[in-house]
Write a protein that binds this ligand. Structure first.
Ligand SMILES: NC(=O)c1ccc[n+]([C@@H]2O[C@H](COP(=O)([O-])OP(=O)(O)OC[C@H]3O[C@@H](n4cnc5c(N)ncnc54)[C@H](OP(=O)(O)O)[C@@H]3O)[C@@H](O)[C@H]2O)c1
Length: 265
């Protein structure tokens, strides 16, 4: 394969287009930056009303302004997704602003920095599991009561849960737990017409990665992927929109690897 062919095969994702999302109400946790912000923007560009959830108010304001500045419908709610009481207030606030939520993208998380297991502390382990697994349960628990039939939940795992990677064991275990939680919820909620699916991205460029890796290092990392580049948040957002939309009406309990061909489970 020539370099030109390689670059062509790895061209960036185009804007996701799902007309059935127009008029739906979506909640995106982790919507203040990165993958969540890209997903919130893509949902709004398809006509959904989007509640953007996170902890960092300036980042929430910026993510929401990016949507409303383009004529989209969005509002932000500050909530820590490891705090069930804050999520209860969030769900009530969104219900008042936009009505019952049709879509939940439970993407808040992170905290995957590698830690040798011998050096891991119980406190850090609990913090990671709280951030990356318990938060998903807490969020679903808060949002589900008002979600109508036809609703769609998209959860966030990681390539770290699909095969051993350079991340903390706690992160891999928490993200594997998200896959199990997703399957359980999918079976439990199918009779009421709610679908639940999961995304498992690999290296996706975000603020933290830009702080840790130079552009050359990111390009080097990208070259290790069969498709020849790392992901951009829009790549993962496009997969999220597919799972949230009627295009995935017959899909529930699935985990979609968004990994440039590196993970094939
Ligand atoms: N980037 C990757 O390579 C990659 C790969 C696989 C999976 N993922 C997963 O994808 C998700 C998004 O990652 P990203 O790359 O977009 O990371 P990011 O740019 O660091 O964004 C993380 C988001 O999660 C929110 N968040 C974290 N903890 C929270 C909490 N306790 N309560 C509320 N919000 C919280 C942050 O909000 P605030 O800053 O406003 O608190 C932020 O919006 C995470 O679950 C991550 O584990 C990422």
């Amino acid at each position: 394969m020539t370099e030109t062919q390689r670059v062509t095969s790895a061209r960036p994702v185009g804007p996701a287009s799902h007309p059935d999302l127009a008029g739906r109400v979506a909640i995106v946790t982790g919507g203040s930056r990165g993958i969540g912000a890209a997903t919130a923007a893509a949902l709004a560009a398809n006509g959904a009303a989007v509640a953007v959830v996170g902890r960092d108010v300036p980042a929430l304001l910026a993510a929401t302004a990016a949507i409303t500045g383009r004529g989209g419908r969005a509002s932000w709610v500050r909530a820590d997704c490891t705090a069930p009481a804050e999520l209860a207030v969030m769900a009530e606030t969104v219900g008042r602003q936009f009505g019952p939520p049709d879509i939940l993208a439970a993407f808040a998380g992170g905290n995957g920095m590698p830690v040798p297991t011998e050096a891991e502390t119980p406190e850090h382990w609990r913090e990671v599991v709280d951030t990356d697994l318990n938060s998903v349960f807490y969020t679903v628990r808060a949002v589900l009561p008002a979600m109508p039939a036809g609703g769609a939940i998209v959860t966030m795992s990681s390539a770290a849960a699909r095969q051993p990677a350079r991340s903390a064991a706690a992160y891999a275990a928490a993200k594997a737990g998200v896959i199990a939680l997703t399957r359980h919820l999918a079976a439990e909620l199918a009779p009421r017409g709610v679908r639940v699916n999961c995304l498992a991205p690999s290296a996706t460029e975000n603020d933290k990665m830009r702080a840790w890796l130079t552009a050359d290092q990111r390009a080097e990392l990208g070259a290790s992927f069969p498709l020849g580049r790392i992901a951009q948040p829009a790549d993962v957002a496009a997969a999220a929109l597919f799972l949230a939309s009627d295009a995935a009406a017959w899909i529930t309990g699935a985990t979609l690897d968004v990994a440039g061909g590196k993970i094939m489970v």
